[in-house]
Design a protein around this ligand. Structure first.
Ligand code: BG6
Length: 507
């Protein structure tokens, strides 16, 4: 394996959940695969008063807990020598001045060539101040080595705040050095959507309204809000999942073939999809967007609290933990094809998938005799199982007549879990290499906020009847009706342990 560019990864929020759970395991995994240059160093910045040694011990503990693999002593010893910790408050000028000389020392020791990645793994209210202070200290100048910034979501809380934030950040780093991270884009099967569509002769010719009846995009979670109420009370499912992850899935599923496989050609096509989504009118929104909040419930014998009873949640909170919507893409390829999208916390299964349901054949020949013949269905499984499932009809074996649905199943991670690199691993490597294909360009963020803002506007002044679904269920009844009133139904999501030839045929 070749190692990549030398650089210092400066992580603001060095003792935060995201850093311990995702970033450090991803860095460890890259180190174990020999993907990090010897000129790589990590400087974590946090408010807790730790020194390098104590911080390294917390990292080792986190790796043992979250990396999902046995930590190799030799790899860890090597990596530990590349990890440092500084503590200061993010608004404190002196902290940045000290950081400047510290980084100069690191550059000299590790030959990291002045290349820096500033990773803002902090609450969004700190984004702006950190960027300002870095600039004031001259830590963002591109003259001696490149400087990149990675911004975690949420990128703003509506279009106006996202614009203000964007001006600030790109004013300092420029668009090409601004990496807006959406970890869904690092998932293996999401990168596979384009390959599936555009590297196979059989799919692209039928990937349109002539052959496709509708598309379902679901991201169901079993977890509740956990310890993140402070953040989630400000976000809700619409900002937390739909504005970013689910709209990204939609764009990749619906976009036109790009002019090339380069970053900008792909992003250009994704933006066009988002632009075609803007035809929502307030009266449509009320009918086509369903929100929900979980109440107390249970699953597999375990009782679970309602959202309003979770720690840090307001007792009369109207924040949505579930959203389902029906969208249409007003362009030549998709006019008339509904896209049903749903996501929620405390649902019955953890599963993310895209279902492409094809149109029925005309009611002649077999369909005349078997009017209930199943339509063809293609399912792109994103997690926990990764793969592609295709359902088609075949003759029932034997002497009798009869037709039965059968399936072809490609399971990418069945042989052993963890053979796909984790999303953050892939994305961090891309930032180090300077490849921003799997990051969101500003206009993608802009149009996705335009879409989501319309929904917030329609909700203004209305108080939802929450809670409206039980923890451990499939969400509110109205979400079912959103689909059944069109004569369709949500495709059942597969539990993590169900794998087999006919698993997609349950419903
Ligand atoms: C995050 C959201 O972006 O994605 C979380 O903030 C959510 O609320 C998570 O749980 C889901 O990610 P994944 O990779 O587990 O599907």
């Amino acid at each position: 394996m070749t190692s990549v560019n030398a650089c210092v990864l400066v992580v603001f929020g060095g003792t935060g959940d995201l850093t311990y759970r995702k970033l450090l395991p991803a860095i460890y995994s890259l180190a174990a695969k020999n993907r990090l240059s010897e000129g790589f160093a990590l400087v974590a910045i946090g408010r807790r008063k730790l020194d390098d040694e104590k911080y390294r011990r917390t990292v080792e503990e986190a790796l043992n807990t979250f990396s999902g693999q046995a930590v190799d002593g030799e790899v860890w010893q090597r990596l530990a020598r590349q990890i440092y910790y500084r503590h200061f408050e993010f608004h404190e000028e002196a902290g940045y001045a000290e950081l400047k000389s510290f980084l100069a020392g690191i550059d000299a020791n590790h030959q990291s060539s002045g290349n820096r990645i500033y990773y803002l793994a902090v609450a969004p209210e700190h984004f702006q101040i950190i960027v300002e202070k870095l600039q004031l200290q001259g830590l963002t100048q591109q003259d001696s080595g490149w400087k990149r910034v990675v911004i975690e979501k949420p990128f703003g809380r509506d279009l106006a705040s996202a614009r203000a934030l964007n001006e600030k950040i790109t004013g300092v780093f420029g668009e090409e050095n601004t990496f807006r991270i959406d970890h869904y884009l690092g998932k293996e099967m999401i990168q596979n959507i384009m390959v599936l569509r555009l590297a196979n002769a059989i799919f692209e010719p039928i990937w349109n309204s002539r052959y496709i009846d509708h598309i379902q995009i679901s991201a169901a979670e079993t977890v509740g809000v956990g310890t993140r109420a402070g953040y989630y009370e400000q976000a809700g499912a619409l900002r937390d999942m739909l504005q970013n992850h689910l709209l990204q899935l939609l764009t990749l599923t619906a976009m036109e073939p790009p002019a090339g496989l380069d970053t900008e050609s792909i992003r250009d096509e994704k933006v066009k999809v988002l632009r075609s989504l803007t035809g929502f009118r307030p009266e449509n929104i009320r009918q086509n967007v369903i929100r929900g909040q979980y109440g107390p419930g249970g699953r597999t014998g375990r009782s679970m609290r309602g959202y309003r009873e979770e720690e840090g949640v307001a007792p009369a909170s109207t924040v949505e933990t579930f959203i389902a919507l029906k969208a249409e893409i007003n362009n030549f390829r998709w006019a008339g094809v509904p896209f049903y999208i749903r996501t929620g916390k405390r649902l019955a299964e953890k599963s993310t998938q895209i279902v492409i349901q094809f149109k029925q054949l005309p009611a002649v020949l077999y369909r005349q005799e078997y009017p209930d013949l199943n339509p063809n269905v293609l399912i792109i499984r994103i997690q926990p199982k990764e793969g592609v499932f295709f359902q088609f009809n075949a003759k029932k074996p034997g002497m009798e007549q009869g037709i039965t649905p059968v399936g072809m199943n490609f399971c990418q991670n069945c042989d052993y879990e963890g053979n796909s690199p984790q999303a953050y691993e892939k994305l961090l490597l891309d930032v180090i290499r300077g490849d921003s294909t799997l990051f969101t360009r500003w206009d993608e963020v802009e149009y996705s906020w335009m879409f989501v803002d319309q929904i917030f506007e329609a909700w203004q002044g209305e108080s939802p009847n929450f809670p409206n679904y039980s923890a451990g269920s499939w969400g509110p009844e109205e979400a079912e009706q959103l689909v059944t009133r069109d004569g369709r139904h949500w495709r059942q999501l597969e539990p993590a342990d169900a794998v087999g030839e006919i698993e997609g045929l349950k419903d």
